[in-house]
Design a protein. Structure first.
Length: 630
């Protein structure tokens, strides 16, 4: 323990003339990280949550009281993440909806995380420095290697290059800051300093949970660090439950309280959004199989990051009792038993495995939501332990060389292999970052990895439909339905494409099928009502328009179309009310102003009608001027 303190003290009290050297590693880490992820700055937004979060969502745009109130009260997209929304609000003030700025912020946050992880690793490796340790340079080089291994690994691409994954890198910033603060607290020399750092750690943990509650298991991670490498717990009953140990257990109480609160909010958010799979539909055995598969998947992809995909879909035909899942279970059991058996000689192995499993626990599928079986972004925090272990390996080789247990030639070969590995990872990450360039490339790449992904076929069809390539879009929608016939969104999207090509009868059939699967699908009610209006089936169209606004009261287009049908049937009073409601939701709805003006003229309300005509003309002129400027 004295050698540990000496090493840490040496890191703290370096000569003033060596300050530049001390900061050389963090600066290089940031520069290499930015260089490797540079292609992400050229990426746009994609039609996987970016549209719902950023392009079609006006609520986050700014940092006024209205926006902040929404940010701290919304469960948008089934997550409570007010601090993430604040960063998006800042991006909007700086960049509008230009994607470059959003990607730049995510990349800078990731670079900051790499530096934080460097300092965390430096403190975790310090206890490994024995009396004959090779010195500060070896520690810093080893920590730098670990930080780069984390920062430029291809598994990081999804969290950095996907704008909507901002919550992962922001949560990671506070998560790593929490661990660093906790490590500082455990080494504090005075009670005041220890309490100060512990308060800072608890505060930072709260900020992490307010960014994304992926760090729910951090209190247990801190306990595992107390066992190894900090060695604050363990070594006999007194080491676990003595007076000093009880204080260590008690200091986790604030962390546990915050984690429990975030867990409750997270469950409520998932349930309100209807995205959490109920136990009766997705049983315990499939969830356990998914969890065991995930434990092997992220470890395997860390070692060999090839064939990465933006989506590994948990399809309707997934056999969670098949060979890959059974083999995963046996591998997890074997690794666990081996590491327990050798824990006396290699405590770092078991400690890394425990951290990995505990950090992954919230996203292993036990509380399954969403279409993914696993996801690259889930490795952002969970695989930190493997990077620390790799850094420890570099330090061990350096120590063995300085002590004569490793030849200079072997040491150079090992160092060369480490640098080649970093270079290879950087090349793979550079390429993977370009997968997120735009929606079409994203989903075509996903289908290259998993051709039977109904989700990818549906999303690719959506972007092709937006670009007017309707025949291609229809083919992907039909392929998606062949894989998953009960997907309401795909039936709806196919209906839209068919209606645009004039296939109204088949479009109506798909809208009806979407509503059979999901009766609360407001957009399907609206478009079915629109299609029925075109076929002059006004009574049924009115029913669906009314249902659309019941489900989604702020659906301006549905209010407008309902008003238009009612106006045509002579029910001008309710029609006017619907036009007014449409304008309440969207004051710049030109057609609603025009329709309301016409209805008001028919009622003899000339002055008000003229006001709406003038507003409609102003909005049209402003819109034409904006198009000309572009």
């Amino acid at each position: 323990m004295e050698s540990t303190r000496g090493t840490v003290r040496a890191l703290k009290t370096a000569q003033p003339g060596r300050d530049a050297g001390r900061w050389l590693a963090p600066v290089l880490i940031v520069l290499v990280t930015v260089l490797v992820f540079f292609p992400s700055l050229q990426n746009g937004f994609v039609n996987w949550d970016d549209d719902k979060n950023l392009l079609d969502n006006p609520n986050y745009r700014g940092l006024g009281l209205a926006q902040l109130g929404w940010m701290f009260s919304t469960l948008h997209m089934s997550l409570y993440r007010p601090l993430t929304w604040i960063t998006f609000g800042m991006d909007y003030l700086l960049w509008g909806t230009e994607p470059f700025g959003y990607h730049l912020t995510s990349l800078l946050l990731h670079g900051a995380n790499a530096v934080l992880f460097y300092f965390v690793t430096l403190r975790l490796l310090a206890p490994a420095a024995g009396p004959a340790a090779p010195g500060e340079l070896a520690l810093r080089a080893s920590a730098g290697f670990a930080a780069l291994l984390f920062a430029i690994h291809p598994l990081r691409v999804e969290a950095v290059a996907w704008a909507s994954a901002r919550n992962d890198v922001l949560s990671g910033l506070f998560f790593l800051s929490t661990i660093l603060g906790y490590l500082r607290a455990t080494k504090a020399e005075s009670l005041f300093e220890r309490r100060r750092w512990m308060v800072a750690a608890v505060t930072l943990y709260g900020a992490s949970l307010l960014s994304k509650p992926i760090g729910l298991t951090l209190p247990f991670i801190l306990l595992s660090l107390d066992v190894y490498p900090l060695r604050r717990l363990g070594r006999g009953p007194n080491g676990w439950f003595g007076a000093a140990a009880r204080r260590i257990w008690l200091e986790k109480a604030p962390f546990l309280f915050l984690a429990a609160a975030a867990g409750v909010v997270g469950v409520v958010a998932k349930q309100e959004a209807g995205v959490m799979e109920p136990l009766e539909r997705y049983g315990f055995i499939p969830r356990l199989s998914q969890a065991l598969f995930g434990l092997v998947f992220y470890l395997w992809k860390t070692a060999l990051p090839l064939g990465l995909s933006p989506l590994y879909e948990l399809g309707t035909d997934a056999k969670l009792w098949g060979r890959p899942f059974l083999l995963s279970g046996w591998l997890v059991l074997a690794v666990t038993l081996v590491l327990i058996k050798v824990r006396q000689r290699w405590a770092a192995g078991l400690s890394s495995w425990v951290y990995y499993a505990v950090a992954l626990a919230p996203v292993l599928g036990i509380a399954q939501s969403g279409p993914q079986l696993v996801a690259d972004r889930y490795s952002y925090l969970s695989c930190l332990s493997w990077a620390v272990l790799a850094g420890a390996g570099v330090f061990y080789c350096w120590e063995a060389w300085t002590q004569g247990r490793l030849s200079r030639r072997t040491f150079r070969l090992a160092a060369g292999a480490a640098l080649i590995a970093l270079f290879a990872l950087g090349v793979l990450t550079w390429r993977q970052a370009q997968v997120w360039r735009d929606s079409e490339r994203l989903w075509r790449d996903a289908l290259t990895v998993a051709p039977r992904s109904s989700f990818a076929h549906n999303n690719l069809g959506s972007i092709l439909s937006e670009r007017g390539r309707l025949e291609e879009a229809e083919e992907h929608y039909r392929q998606a339905l062949r894989i998953d016939p009960a997907n309401a969104a795909t039936h709806y999207n196919l209906g839209i494409a068919l209606a645009r090509r004039g296939g109204l009868e088949e479009a109506i059939a798909h809208f009806r099928r979407a509503l059979e699967i999901d009766p609360a699908y407001a957009e399907a009610h609206y478009n079915l009502g629109t299609a029925l209006t075109m076929q002059r089936e006004f009574d049924e169209a009115i029913v669906h328009f009314r249902r659309a606004v019941e489900i989604q009261p702020d659906y301006a287009k549905a209010h407008y179309n309902l008003g238009a049908v009612l106006s045509g049937l002579g029910e001008s009073r309710e029609a006017i009310a619907r036009f007014r409601e449409a304008l309440r939701v969207d004051p710049e709805f030109v057609q609603a102003h025009e329709a309301l003006a016409e209805a008001l003229f028919q009622q003899g309300k000339r002055d008000e009608a003229i006001e709406h005509q003038r507003e409609a003309a102003r909005l049209r002129e402003a819109g034409q001027a904006g198009q000309a400027a572009r």
